[in-house]
Design a protein around this ligand. Structure first.
Ligand SMILES: *Cc1c(COP(=O)(O)O)cnc(C)c1O
Length: 434
């Protein structure tokens, strides 16, 4: 399997980045039922090449510029092997003391790298936990915030609860509100999903404080950059918020899924989420000297995921993680310069982190309906070549293309060829029109 994966990486540029299959393609290729007799590993691996690979959109391709990247590293891979190899299910301390304690150490390490205040660390008065996704991080903090508010206004007043976010907050926030009910909560974003825009934490924190609102910061993508001093100012005011989430699977070399959640007041979480069934009771948990992470998350069982982060932090060190972030930002800047060099194109919103939002706008006098149609066509043209994959967004009514640098294997030459391809697309479209 390791050989297979190595070959996959070796050949990844020969596959279309965006899968070109039609819906239902796999059902037609695979048998209707699982086999009665066991099949050999060799047969199965042949089918992976033949049937699975063609139906994959290759997130690890150096020509993947869509959404946000999903980063990987050898260190994370090895950490994941260990995690799977041990298969420890550390829901409480006694179920696997090392799993709980390593997670506490690693969360404090990462908090230190981000220069978070002590109030978010176990070495201070707070603490952190590895969740699967941002959605789960926000869900558990919303539930804690809801219960905190209901403590004040009374359990029968759920209908008075309100949440605040911006029109650029990730859609998962709305979903999570539905799951949890509605309550006073403020969610700001460092690096929005559409354009990587950054909410100012400091002034928002003042408002949150005045009205006693639980203030959460979603830094799923952009937060990782705050390990570099030149980006850290985006976290100014962070000491005033209640909770912060950041996903190393997006930009800090971890595999999916790994979302770090820090809270100032862990008891807010555990009060809302703790369970205490007889079959999980033990002396250590009752002593209050240990953390039982099952009370910090939605599920009970949990993987030994901190091994992965620990491997990344140790084998890279802060210095290499900073260069990794800077290298992606540098490539995005280079792309922005290329876009600006062609008068037919424009940068729509200022580049943030490693995301460039741009569009083709050759006759700036033309109405936006036509420009949108042109850019939709351009995106379709580019993606249908299979040579790169980009996505789009609409903000304030403006349709734009998103070029997100950060796939682990991307080098300057991939960015340059991507730009060449985009220009070719523009040439083809505009020629047809003329
Ligand atoms: C990716 C992203 C999310 C969604 O994250 P999941 O981990 O998939 O739940 C939420 N917010 C922001 C800002 C994101 O970039």
């Amino acid at each position: 399997m390791v050989d297979f994966i190595a070959d996959y990486y070796q050949n990844i540029e020969s596959y279309p980045v965006l899968s070109q299959v039609q819906p239902g393609y796999l059902r037609e290729r695979l048998p209707k039922t699982a086999p009665y007799r066991p099949e050999s590993f060799e047969t199965i691996i042949k089918d992976i090449q033949k049937d699975i690979i063609p139906g994959m959109t290759h997130w690890l391709s150096p020509n993947f510029f869509a959404f946000f990247p999903a980063t990987v590293s050898t260190a994370a891979f090895l950490g994941e092997m260990l995690c799977t190899g041990f298969n420890s299910v550390g829901f409480n301390w006694i179920a696997s003391p090392a799993a709980t304690e390593l997670e506490m150490v690693v969360m404090d390490w990462l908090a230190n790298m981000l220069k978070l205040p002590k109030s978010f660390m176990f070495s201070g008065t707070g603490g952190g936990v590895i969740q699967n996704t941002t959605s789960e991080s926000i869900l558990v903090t919303l539930i804690a915030a809801r219960d905190k508010a209901l403590d004040v206004i009374g359990i029968n007043n759920t209908c008075k609860l309100v949440v605040y976010c911006s029109d650029q907050t990730h859609s998962t926030f709305t979903k999570v509100c539905k799951l949890a009910g509605i309550y006073p909560n403020l969610c700001a974003t460092v690096g929005t999903t559409s354009t990587a825009a950054i909410d100012p934490i400091e002034p928002l924190a003042e408002v949150a404080k005045e009205f006693g609102i639980w203030f959460h910061v979603d830094a799923a993508y952009g937060g990782s950059a705050c390990i570099c001093p030149e980006f850290r100012h985006y976290f100014n005011g962070i000491e005033q918020i209640e909770s912060l989430s950041l996903s190393p699977h997006k930009w800090l070399l971890s595999y999916l899924d790994c979302c770090c959640l820090w809270v100032k007041n862990p008891s807010g979480l555990t009060k809302a989420l703790s369970t205490n069934p007889e079959y999980l009771r033990n002396r250590q948990s009752e002593s209050d000297l240990v953390v039982d992470y099952k009370d910090w998350q939605v599920g009970t069982g949990r993987k030994f995921k901190s091994l992965r982060l620990w491997m990344i932090l140790r084998t890279s060190g802060l210095v290499n993680l900073q260069s990794h972030i800077r290298s992606d930002v540098r490539m995005a800047k280079m792309f922005a310069v290329l876009v600006k060099s062609d008068p037919r194109f424009e940068i729509v919103v200022p580049r943030q982190f490693a995301l460039v939002c741009f569009r083709l706008n050759p006759y700036s006098e033309v109405g936006s309906g036509y420009i949108e149609m042109l850019n939709r066509k351009l995106l379709e043209w580019v993606n249908s070549t299979g040579r790169i994959y980009m996505t789009h967004t609409i903000v304030g009514g403006l349709y734009m293309l998103r070029f997100a640098v950060g796939a682990t294997f991307t080098e300057d030459r991939h960015v340059v060829s991507a730009w060449k391809l985009i220009r070719e697309g523009a040439d083809a479209l505009l020629k047809v029109k003329d």
